[in-house]
Write a protein that binds this ligand. Structure first.
Ligand SMILES: Cc1cc2nc3c(=O)[nH]c(=O)nc-3n(C[C@H](O)[C@H](O)[C@H](O)COP(=O)(O)O)c2cc1C
Length: 361
């Protein structure tokens, strides 16, 4: 590898003791290739097998944790019946030395029909969800723990709590989505009660297994909604998350270098600000339009420990290997209509891929 890209291939030890062979992570991507009921499919295994050979860690597609809230094509970890398929998946993910992390999802207002309050995203045409009762909230917290137990039984190295992209966990933290006046809402502190309870439940389950196991948490900084999370809220929430003994906090962004929308006068990028907030308390994962090794090296120079790539790995499963072998000029940057088989992309994802990566003609 070239000297300029050495930082990409530095190993990293996470707090749980897990060792990552380099700094590149396959970002969580819903590939829509799981079978009815969220069971693992052969096309999904082939899709991952092609992409996990050289990354240090792979985070799976969002995986649904609660029966009855399933999204077609996503994998599920909702019942013990899902474990045998998930075991096959973890074997593929780990087969070349990547750490295998399962992303745990409850969609909340964006599709599941149940949410902290009967509120959807601003300008959304989705039907209004039902407000969860206190007992139901307790039960969902337990389901995150059940999901972690199943991930352990299925041979995974860790779980990532999906607290980003407007789904249930984020909704609890948000003044837009969470209008509750009970112990789960009403103040910024109460709005953090749900994510903290989920983290503690997952930690409790992991401690019982007595094996090193990664616990990560994905957040989205800020929300576009008028009364949504601001950068000031994000800084406070990340500061709190950094004290929870997590292995990492993963900051979901379209663009790694994006700047705050509101809530601070700081003109630096969100990642630079959050790195200063977190310090060395936990690792940070950055993501968003990391297309070239130059992009990766520059992003790592902020001190952020890990970088995730999503679309770049859809386009070129050998991205990391090419950089390692000094073949970065061969990294594929365009998508052609005949590429599906070569890229091993599941049919349902292929049908929608133009929404994520435009075709070249
Ligand atoms: C097809 C597709 C599916 C995605 N599914 C998920 C998901 O399941 N969970 C998640 O947190 N982010 C998901 N994302 C967001 C990515 O993880 C990533 O944050 C985003 O694509 C920006 O990274 P990139 O510029 O490298 O593509 C998805 C992105 C794409 C393109």
């Amino acid at each position: 590898m070239r000297d300029a890209y050495k930082a990409i291939f530095e190993p990293l030890q996470l707090q749980s003791g897990k060792h990552l062979k380099n700094r590149m992570v396959m970002a969580p991507m819903g590939h829509l290739g799981s079978l009815t009921g969220g069971y693992i499919s052969e096309e999904e295994l082939a899709y991952y097998d092609k992409r996990v050979r050289d990354v240090g860690m792979v985070i799976t597609s969002a995986t649904t944790i609660k029966e009855g809230t399933h999204y077609p094509g996503l994998p599920a970890v909702e019942t013990d019946e899902h474990i045998p398929g998930l075991r096959k998946l973890s074997a593929v993910l780990k087969s070349h030395g990547a750490a295998a992390v399962m992303q745990l999802l409850h969609e909340g207002a964006n599709g599941s029909g149940e949410a902290p309050s009967a509120v959807v995203a601003e300008n959304s045409e989705l039907p209004l969800p039902r407000e969860l009762s206190d007992t139901e909230i307790e039960s969902i917290i337990k389901k995150f723990g059940d999901a972690a137990r199943r991930a352990i039984e299925a041979g995974f190295d860790g779980v990532e709590i999906h607290g980003a992209n407007g789904f249930l966990v984020q909704q609890f933290t948000s003044p837009h989505y969470n209008r509750r006046m009970d112990r789960w809402g009403g103040t910024s502190e109460n709005r953090l009660a749900f994510p903290l309870a989920v983290i503690n439940e997952v930690k409790r389950v992991v401690a019982e297994s007595e094996k090193p196991f990664i616990i990560g948490y994905r957040i989205s900084p800020e929300e576009a909604e008028t009364n949504g999370l601001t950068m000031a809220d994000t800084i406070r929430n990340v500061d709190m998350l950094a004290d929870q003994g997590l292995d990492y906090i993963h900051v979901s962004l379209h663009q790694f270098w994006s700047k705050p929308r509101r809530g601070t006068n700081d003109t630096r990028s969100r990642m630079e600000i959050l790195k200063e907030v977190v310090g060395d308390r936990t690792a940070l994962i950055g993501v968003g339009e990391i297309k070239t090794p130059e992009d990766a090296a520059m992003a790592l120079s902020t001190g952020v420990e890990l970088l995730a790539i999503a679309r770049g790995l859809l386009l070129d499963p050998e991205w990391v290997q090419k950089v390692h072998e000094e073949n970065e000029d061969l990294i594929k940057k365009k998508l052609y209509r005949g590429d599906q088989l070569d890229l091993m992309l599941p049919n349902a994802l292929w049908k929608m891929i133009e929404n994520f990566i435009p075709f070249e003609d």
